[in-house]
Unconditional design. Sequence first.
Length: 387
Amino acid sequence: MEFEPKVRPEVLGARLKAARTMSRLTQEAAANALGMARTTVVAIEAGKRQVSMDELRAMAGLYGASEIDLLDDGAAHAEMQVQFRSSVPQHGVDDEALVASMLNRLATSVVQLEALVGMPPPRVDVPFVSLSREGPIEQQAEDAALAVRARLGLGMGPIQDLNALLESELGLRVFERPLPSRISGAMAFSESAGGFVLVNLKHPIYRRRVTAAHELAHAVLRSTGLMVHFEDESYEDREERFCDVFGSCLLMPAASVRKKAAELKRLVGRFTVRELLTMTLYFNVSMEALVRRMVALKLLAQGTFERLKADGLSLKHQAAVRGELGLSPEPPSFTARTMLLAAAAHERELLTEQQIASMLELDLLTVRKALGEDYNGGQGKALELVS
């Protein structure tokens, strides 16, 4: 009997293409390994040729993919075409593929959660910017950051909870998970599935915010596909440089940085490292991000960050000033929208705690703690909305 998958050929082809890309194989390399003509692989991925069960099994084995997932016709999927970087050193290739695979799984899980509880996917509501090849990147990034701030009604003040704004106001889904230390985060976007941001939970909160702002810039540019970003990456690509500058401009508007620096200098009589640390806490950014922003604005001399680092300035000094100022600890990594989706699915007995933990790549204890907070003890008492 001829094998007839229930999933549509174009959908199965797209999944096979995503799996091949994830394994970093070209169509030519895959065809050679499978004993096929390259045109056959092209036709299968385009949904123009039916795939046999033997061919599907061989492809799944070569790509390290699950046949069940490839043939799943009942669940929503959000595969993103991965934009692997040719500049990534060999020792980072596996980390890049691991993070790309994780974000694809998380994106699919959230899309499935939304479908499960009947919540429509959020619309990405971010001002669109077309990056011009004319004019300096810095000015375009500054203008784009101000446009996003205007959309959010933020004025020039600091952003207290960037993740909440990304989810509740801009329609992006945000995840913070432990990633390989050299990777700062990843971004996935498609017109059909929307936008997804993954940030490295191992990094301090101030670095994570800068990463999230960088990833937001890709949504501003409507960069389709999935991109993984490495820590301390030197951006040669024009789009990546735009995103890097945009993140700094969004979190630290030029007018606000100048005003705060002048205010602290007047208050203390001079501008010292302690005032610099105070500014990092005011803007909720890393020391490096702030210093490099102030250097770009010509408020500090070139090489300031390198000198401070050589002098031993570290996170413990920032933490000490934070304690003196009585600032609150880090926010939870379980973002509000995902928490609501998970809680709704659990309350309706659609998913168990273990299933939620597996879908969202969280440990069971974290999920149990999150589900137990603010959803019991009368919190669910019905209130009638006045229309």
